[in-house]
Design a protein around this ligand. Structure first.
Ligand SMILES: Nc1ncnc2c1ncn2[C@@H]1O[C@H](COP(=O)(O)OP(=O)(O)O)[C@@H](O)[C@H]1O
Ligand SMILES: [Mg+2]
Length: 338
């Protein structure tokens, strides 16, 4: 039996742990209860309630949390003093991911937030570790909207998803959030009422912070035994000949606000903004049922003609989206021949 299956049954929050463990492991109810008791004694799971109301949850084995003054703060110091000890005995690839993600996000709070203070926390249980970086500064989505003259702070989310987005190009390269969001199991940025990824799996109870708190909150989660590496994620978005950030994947649905359809040339221009910085852009149409003719024409003929060094690769297209894309590409081919 998978030794972590008891922990997984506890973690999925569906209750009935003893019964389900007995079934999954092919053991008696008594044997299942004994395993649960021994996990409780080992400090891996906690129990609340009694009888039919009994509930198990993964116990916190480590917790560190501290508030720092932003001025003069260094992300390396916070990493070394507060965070590294919590993950010290985890596999090296897991420690590397935590060091990368936490130092990038703490550096962001230091360099971009303008907040007086930065709060950092890290909590571990038997299966996974979660961490957060919170500031009470300007707020990431309004800050980006202002810097790029975006009409709606929601457009900041699309821009962040593309990558290579920075409001301080002299000192920064706009890679931290892009790669951090890909290297963790769960990653979310919250500011105002908006979420960057909205991963419901992230425990809201981790940090006591009002939903409408000012500033920015970044939450990350990674399995303690993850086999992912930062290198494999960097490689995935590099050109075959080097380490540069040359490819991106853009979820097209982020260009589509609630109740809207992607029909206009201005929506298409918003989508393709800064695409020319990449050698290839994978356009993920998942969640987009249809697009209009002008939208498709602007992306796949007009933009493409103006930026021949950028390859556009549409994926996850519905039949209707595919039809519109083919039509635009055919017109582009006619342009070239005629
Ligand atoms: N805590 C924050 N508060 C306000 N803005 C932020 C915060 N974190 C990130 N940002 C904004 O998001 C942008 C992208 O961040 P990132 O991907 O780390 O790239 P970089 O730090 O290289 O600019 C930053 O340039 C900044 O405008
Ligand atoms: Mg950064």
């Amino acid at each position: 039996m998978d030794p972590s299956s008891l922990l997984n049954l506890v973690a999925d929050g569906k209750g009935n742990v003893a019964v389900r463990l007995a079934e999954a492991a092919g053991i008696s109810r008594q044997a299942a209860s004994a395993r649960i008791s021994s996990a409780i004694r080992a400090g891996l799971i906690g129990r609340t309630g009694v009888g039919r109301g009994v509930r198990y949850s993964l116990a916190e084995t480590h917790r560190q949390e501290q508030e720092f003054k932003r001025e003069g703060l260094s992300e390396d110091r916070v990493w070394r003093s507060l965070c590294a000890p919590v993950v010290a005995d985890l596999p090296p690839n897991v420690r590397d991911i935590w060091q990368y993600g936490l130092t990038e996000m703490i550096n962001n709070a230091i360099d971009h937030s303008g907040s007086d203070t930065v709060r950092v926390g890290i909590v571990r249980n038997a299966l996974y570790t979660q961490a957060w970086v919170a500031d009470s500064g300007e707020g990431i989505f309004p800050k980006i909207a202002k810097a790029f003259d975006l009409y709606d702070p929601r457009e900041s989310i699309l821009e962040l998803a593309k990558g290579k987005l920075t409001t301080d190009p002299a000192k920064h390269s706009g890679e931290g959030i892009f790669f951090s969001s890909k290297v963790f199991d769960l990653f979310d940025i919250r500011s105002g009422a908006l979420h960057f990824m909205h991963d419901d799996g992230l425990d809201d109870i981790l940090i006591e912070r009002p939903k409408d708190a000012p500033g920015t909150l970044v939450l990350m989660r990674l399995d303690n035994q993850s086999t992912r590496t930062t290198k494999e994620i960097f490689d995935k978005f590099a050109a075959p000949d080097g380490y540069t950030f040359a490819k991106t994947i853009v979820p097209v649905r982020l260009a589509q606000h609630e109740g809207e359809k992607l029909v206009s040339r201005s929506q298409a221009k918003r989508l393709t903004m800064r695409f020319e910085r990449f050698k290839s852009v994978i356009l993920d149409f998942a969640g987009v049922e249809e697009i209009g003719q002008a939208f498709a024409d602007e992306v796949f003929r007009v933009f493409q003609k103006a930026h021949t060094d950028t390859r556009l690769v549409p994926v996850n297209m519905s039949v209707r989206v595919k039809g519109m894309v083919s039509r635009a590409k055919n017109l582009a081919a006619q342009d070239k021949n005629g």
